[in-house]
Design a protein around this ligand. Structure first.
Ligand code: GRF
Length: 212
């Protein structure tokens, strides 16, 4: 009998710069046979990113294209990233703690096919230090957002959000930990819903504020 490939899972890449805990959550999700994506590579702009070892230990192709080798030429770095993604047959890109400002070259090349996770309830608190800023602002609800990437940083259509309460006495650290736990649930849920809306419930988690 001849072998045929009936793998209709979407080939994705995960782009990281650091520890890669959201990457880990996506790796775990992709291990389920009914998850609609498979990871073809993990790519970092930092060869020393701890997440690369995690990816390799999981048996994944893990690569680095060091942005420092390109000096100030952001576009040249992005061209190298884009070429590697295309050569690997990637169809969708998940940014997961990828700490690079993107130029229109990459955002337009991957328009509608590049996701990001951000640790706030966008449009509140784009940018860095979101947990400190949420505490300073006195918000009572904080959380995380998965959105499609556009040219504007931490902007673009929202695919899902998860909210957590802010407690009296919270520090940026414990608030970050509470949000991160939700990030790990939200990212796979939002990705699944984007790829297979017909098989994903609209509210992924009964009773909690995880909405995709
Ligand atoms: C996460 O908080 C993510 O929302 C933000 O950067 C952090 C990355 O953490 N974009 P990790 O590398 O996924 O652990």
């Amino acid at each position: 009998m001849s072998e045929t490939s009936s793998d209709d899972r979407c080939p994705i890449a995960i782009l990281i710069s650091g520890r890669g805990s959201n990457m880990r959550a996506l790796i775990d999700a992709c291990a389920a046979p009914d998850f609609p994506a498979r990871i073809v590579m993990v790519l970092s702009n930092k060869p020393e990113a701890a997440g690369l070892d995690v990816a390799r230990a999981a048996g994944l192709r893990a690569e680095a294209i060091d942005h420092r080798a390109f000096g100030k030429d952001r576009a040249a770095h992005e061209r190298a990233v884009d070429a590697m993604l295309r050569e690997a047959g990637v169809e969708l890109v998940c940014l997961a703690g990828y700490m690079r400002l993107l130029t229109p070259f990459l955002t337009e090349s991957w328009a509608g096919r590049m996701l990001n996770i951000h640790p706030s309830l966008l449009p509140a608190f784009p940018g860095l230090h979101t947990h400190e800023r949420a505490l300073e602002a006195g918000v009572k609800l904080h959380g995380c957002t998965v959105h499609l990437v556009t040219e504007v940083m931490d902007d673009g259509p929202i695919l899902g959000q998860a909210a957590v309460p802010v407690h009296a006495g919270d520090t940026p650290e414990n608030l970050a930990a509470r949000v991160l736990e939700q990030e790990h649930r939200l990212y796979p849920a939002a990705l699944r819903r984007l790829l297979r809306p017909e098989t994903s419930p609209s509210a992924e988690d009964g009773g909690s504020l995880l909405v995709v």
